[in-house]
Design a binder for this molecule. Structure first.
Ligand SMILES: CCCCC/C=C/C(=O)SCCNC(=O)CCNC(=O)[C@H](O)C(C)(C)COP(=O)(O)OP(=O)(O)OC[C@H]1O[C@@H](n2cnc3c(N)ncnc32)[C@H](O)[C@@H]1OP(=O)(O)O
Ligand SMILES: NC(=O)C1=CN([C@@H]2O[C@H](COP(=O)(O)OP(=O)(O)OC[C@H]3O[C@@H](n4cnc5c(N)ncnc54)[C@H](OP(=O)(O)O)[C@@H]3O)[C@@H](O)[C@H]2O)C=CC1
Length: 256
């Protein structure tokens, strides 16, 4: 998408970079010259991803649960020791499970809020304080979901991602004095490893309800992400951009 030197000397962290959309984002950043760290909970997944991503450039991984402040502290230390700086944070790690609102247990609600809202915040604040604020420079990109018309069938993630959408705007304003840009990307339904968590019948016939009559690809999300964290988007902050084939305007999220 870009020339190979757009992210020269830039260091990026992609949470959830071991699979799916996060992997595709890491790939685009590496192709354009960034040094990339990926993080997630499962070491085997990260190791495999790092091995193949390393063919494109400098890539390292660290196990880190975004809900765990101690592990985030260890990740900060690892990036400081090995790269000395961080320029780009992509908060991609996340997930949820389908459930009607009336059936949600308190523990399940809290698990999804904790993963997608709190985890994103812990990671963001830690990386901003350790790197972006002292450097007076940085860019943060939050991956959320299509929340345009609510998220029927997954109220917990709708609430959590709306929180991140709003956090994006607040931080864009508060941290512009540090030369930090903060944006978000809201994917529609993307053909990725993440969809394996959903029963196939929930996705049956969905493509037909989307204006573009197909699901998105991980690359189609990653291209937008690479643009938003690049210097070509230098005047864009506080924005949430949808990459959804028009689904937010007309189409089903999945079969209820
Ligand atoms: C807007 C439309 C978008 C449609 C497409 C979207 C696609 C994607 O987002 S793809 C990415 C999907 N990937 C994932 O969702 C994988 C990651 N998911 C998770 O890790 C879990 O779902 C998590 C967020 C809940 C985190 O899990 P964890 O903190 O490890 O929690 P537990 O597994 O211990 O569960 C705690 C609690 O949550 C309830 N629960 C969990 N899974 C389910 C389930 N499948 N169905 C119903 N309830 C569930 C449950 O109450 C659990 O407690 P226990 O009953 O004591 O186990
Ligand atoms: N695919 C889709 O249709 C859509 C996806 N999204 C969102 O995009 C993001 C990427 O999803 P996708 O690639 O499809 O799915 P994946 O399930 O492949 O990716 C989710 C990634 O997040 C990591 N992760 C989850 N929880 C944590 C945690 N607590 N700490 C650290 N890492 C974590 C997982 O790694 P590990 O298992 O190693 O922890 C995994 O690599 C998610 O936030 C997802 O909700 C949004 C809209 C649609």
């Amino acid at each position: 998408m870009f020339q190979a030197n757009v992210f020269d000397q830039k260091v990026a962290l992609v949470t959830g970079g071991g699979s799916g959309i996060g992997y595709a984002i890491a790939e685009q950043l590496l192709r354009a010259g960034a040094r990339v760290f990926i993080a997630g909970r499962k070491e085997e997944k990260l190791k495999k991803a790092q091995e193949s991503l390393s063919q494109l450039g400098q890539c390292a991984y660290q196990v880190c649960d975004i809900r765990d402040s101690e592990q985030i502290g260890q990740l900060v230390a690892f990036i400081k020791e090995t790269a000395g700086r961080l320029d780009i944070l992509v908060n991609n790690a996340g997930g949820q499970f389908p459930s009607l609102a009336e059936d949600m247990a308190e523990k399940g609600w809290n698990a999804v809020i904790n993963n997608n809202l709190n985890g994103t915040w812990y990671m963001t604040q830690a990386m901003a304080k350790a790197f972006f604020i002292p450097q007076k420079q940085g860019t943060i990109l939050n991956i959320i979901v299509n929340i345009y018309r609510g998220v029927p069938g997954m109220a917990h993630t709708g609430a959590a991602r709306a929180g991140v959408d709003n956090l994006t705007k607040t931080l864009a304003v508060e941290w512009s004095k540090y030369n930090i840009r903060v944006n978000a990307v809201a994917p529609g339904i993307i053909q990725s490893s993440g969809l394996e968590n959903y029963p196939p019948e929930m996705l049956d016939g969905l493509a037909e309800t989307i204006p573009m009559k197909r699901l998105g690809t991980t690359d189609e999300v990653a291209w937008l992400c690479a643009f938003l964290v690049s210097p070509f988007a230098a005047y864009i902050t506080g924005e949430t951009m949808y990459v959804d084939g028009g689904q937010r305007l007309f189409g089903q999220q999945f079969q209820l």
